[in-house]
Design a protein around this ligand. Structure first.
Ligand code: RP5
Length: 153
């Protein structure tokens, strides 16, 4: 099955947070692919991957990075698909990553979520909402997720 959501993180050290994104995509039965690629350590591989996974059907990108976090912005520069950025809380409580991800200059947007686990979960839910615009089955599963959440409170 081709991945509808491409999840990219800058380091394996981001996985502890990003597994919450993947778990949420699994809960919603949305196909995904995960890669560790860095805007500064593997820039050529990152560019190739964005092109390749988009050609294979990815509709939404999720990009997570910490520190001087330019990963989401670089991904966004290479695709017209929506890019959701998640700041990792590795240093300075994640404020460095938050500002690096959210403060994109006008012209290349990154939809930035909260720092850490909340952002990871919400990126999956927001990706689902994008897909749900043209997929009523995903919309139904997203509604069921919301209903279940309301029951649990
Ligand atoms: C970023 O630097 C990664 O996204 C990670 O959040 C941070 C630290 O990476 P490691 O030094 O743990 O590989 O590029």
């Amino acid at each position: 099955m081709s991945p509808r959501v491409a999840v990219i993180m800058g380091s394996t050290s981001d996985w502890e947070t990003m597994e919450h994104c993947v778990e949420t995509l699994k809960t919603l039965d949305i196909s995904y692919e995960v890669r560790v690629l860095s805007a500064h350590r593997t820039p050529d591989a990152l560019e190739s991957y964005v092109e390749d996974v988009e050609a294979r059907g990815a509709q939404v990108f999720v990009a997570a990075a910490g520190g001087a976090a330019h990963l989401a912005g670089v991904v966004a520069s290479k695709t017209l698909r929506p890019v959701l950025g998640i700041p990792m809380g590795t240093q300075l409580g994640g404020l460095d990553s938050l500002l690096s991800t959210v403060q994109m200059p006008a012209g290349i947007p990154v939809g930035t979520l909260a720092i850490g686990r909340a952002g990871a979960v919400n990126a999956a839910l927001l990706a689902a909402a994008v897909l749900a615009l043209e997929d009523s089955e995903v919309a139904g599963r997203l509604q069921a997720f919301r209903d279940g959440q309301a029951q649990k409170i």
